[in-house]
Design a protein around this ligand. Structure first.
Ligand code: ADP
Ligand code: MG
Length: 558
């Protein structure tokens, strides 16, 4: 044990803390930990500047726990974090490091869950309070003396707290704390606003700066694809087929896009969920936990919702939408390559965003390699590889369990073993296409145009839309049917199967009542029985696919 923690043992931290650190498996302190721990341990104020993923939490949590007096049952340390997720993450880390310190309790204070239990935990003597500024101020309004015993304050991700508009709240909190406390400030950047806070509220702070920018990204292999905006969904689906990921986080710009994309992925059989600021707190925590333990593999998130998220399983970050600035990019891709593991970051670039790509390359000091959209052959290879990987561990002993059943089945059905195996493969792959023709056909409605000619496409997309809309459909209608239009098409990720399912389900129709379905790029047509059409349209008024309304209406062909 002691040998493993020799790096940490040099700090003279409380033995119980060292034992807990050893149990986490950390071998050596990170650069920010090596420099900050000795300063914070002795009660000095400090400004720490380091990128995400450098181990800042332990850099302040270990020395602060060392200073805590477990016998005194009152708040002694206050950690402020910008979001609920980060507050929870920091609180969990404190609990981990304090596991062998009996009597030390930690409370997380954040919005979106009842105030009563949080206030009670503070009054009951939690020594460590981890809070978001907004909710903490709410508590202070009820009990302005609540923080008078705090003698260590940490501002974690201070730049982010200011970006989120917590400046006024911070001032209220500073006033509620004893003036002779220790103050430690961590921030990835040090803009003027942060320096001003430091000047006013820190006493003689020591500066620690870790240059990790390039380090942060060297552990991450970065690549980009030039795509047309309309093609993003299909590109995402193709990439997911060929990328060998464990857990993956996707970034989009809007809350709606998180929902839409997550539901498309779910409909394709991925274990995916959305993460955005509108989703209830408890649900967000469930999503993160599920991603950690493998119940989910993909999270589609907005920047704010995913800040600081630390899930070691994440091997891939897929930037579906370009971030607003290079810093967000560095933060986003920092969700992978955690703790020295290698990660992969993919970026979809639409033609007019090429300049941003150059800025990103300049800021990260690294070239982002261009990759091509996987072709059907690559997708076929990936599917076969996946199938091989899932079957190969089974062949050794499945025969003893299923061999005689197989004999019975082939005899009963009167087919060859090869025919039987093929049928079983169809089940095993959920009917997924496993030959080139079928894959090409499957991809056709989603990728009707050549993505790599995206510049030209973007300019001509208006024309394409119009010609789609005006195209005639000389296909004869089934008897007693009329053609109806749905405002969603391939670009919304619609596939005929989903559409059929939604209409059958909400319209309570028999399977054969629905005629031909045609999925176009930005709308779809479906043949429905003329008899009872009005009632059917009413029933389907609120039906949604991928979060979007069908807007089903009768289609006039003239
Ligand atoms: P930051 O706050 O700088 O973004 P975190 O404190 O969240 O970084 O740490 C990032 C990851 O690195 C976490 O998974 C954490 O458990 C891990 N970690 C921290 N310190 C060490 C260490 N000394 N050795 C190995 N892993 C560490
Ligand atoms: Mg952090």
């Amino acid at each position: 044990m002691t040998q493993e923690t020799s790096g940490f043992a040099a700090f003279n931290l409380n033995q119980n803390i060292l034992a807990a650190v050893a149990a986490t498996g950390y071998e050596e302190p990170s650069a920010i930990q090596r420099q900050s721990i000795p300063i914070i341990m002795v009660g000095q104020d400090m400004i720490g500047q380091a990128q995400t993923g450098t181990g800042k939490t332990a850099a302040f949590a270990l020395p602060i726990l060392h200073c805590i007096n477990p016998i005194k049952r009152e708040p002694q340390a206050l950690i402020l974090a910008p979001t609920r997720e980060l507050a929870l993450q920091v609180a969990t880390s404190f609990e981990t490091y304090a596991k062998q310190m009996p009597g030390v309790t930690v409370v997380a204070v954040y919005g979106g869950s009842p105030m009563g239990p949080q206030l009670k935990a503070i009054r009951n003597g939690a020594q460590v309070v981890v809070a978001t500024p907004g909710r903490l101020c709410d508590h202070l309004r009820r009990d302005e003396k609540a923080l008078l015993t705090v003698n260590h304050l940490v501002l974690d991700e201070a730049d982010e707290m200011l970006k989120l508009g917590f400046m006024d709240d911070l001032e209220i909190i500073f006033k509620a704390l004893p003036p002779n406390r220790q103050t430690v400030l961590f921030s990835a950047t040090l803009p003027q606003s942060i320096r001003a806070i430091a000047e006013r509220h820190l006493r003689d702070p020591r500066h620690v700066k870790i240059h990790t920018k390039t380090q942060t990204v060297t552990a991450i292999k970065q690549a980009y694809l030039l795509v047309h905006a309309d093609q993003k969904t299909s590109v995402v689906l193709s990439l997911l087929e060929v990328e060998d990921f464990d857990a993956l986080i996707m970034f989009v710009r809007t809350k709606q896009a998180t929902l839409d994309l997550a539901s498309i992925l779910e409909s394709k059989g991925y274990k995916a969920a959305a993460l955005n600021g509108d989703i209830a707190q408890s649900q967000r925590e469930r999503v993160i936990d599920s991603l950690k333990d493998g119940r989910l593999d993909i999270v589609v998130a907005t920047d704010v919702a995913a800040r600081g998220l630390d899930v070691p399983r994440i091997t891939h970050v897929l930037n579906v939408d370009m971030p607003y600035d290079p810093e967000s990019y560095v933060h986003r891709i920092g969700r992978t390559g955690r703790a020295g593991r290698e990660g992969r970051a993919l970026l979809l670039v639409i033609p007019r965003e090429r300049r941003m790509l150059q800025v990103i390359e300049r800021v990260t000091g690294q070239k982002v390699t261009e990759i091509r959209l996987p072709d059907s052959q690559a997708i076929l290879d990936a599917r076969i590889k996946k199938l091989t990987n899932s079957l190969s561990p089974l062949v050794a002993d499945a025969e003893s369990t299923y061999g005689s059943l197989l004999d019975c089945l082939t005899a009963d059905i009167n087919c060859t073993l090869r025919a039987m195996a093929a049928a079983l493969l169809r089940i095993a792959t959920n009917g997924q296409a496993l030959n080139l023709d079928a894959i090409e056909k499957e991809r056709r409605p989603m990728a009707p145009t050549n993505i790599l000619r995206s510049d030209r496409l973007e300019r001509s997309s208006v024309r394409l839309d119009r010609c789609n809309r005006e195209r005639r459909f000389p296909v004869p209608l089934a008897k007693g049917h009329v053609r109806c239009r749905i405002a969603l098409g391939a670009r919304d990720g619609i596939v005929a199967k989903n559409l059929l399912g939604a209409i059958l389900n909400d319209g309570r129709l028999a399977h054969d009542a629905i005629g031909r379905i045609q999925i176009r790029d930005n709308f779809s047509l479906v043949e429905l029985p003329e008899d009872g059409l009005e009632a059917l349209l009413t029933k389907l008024k609120d039906t949604r696919i991928a979060g979007k309304q069908l807007k089903l209406r009768r289609y006039r062909e003239d």
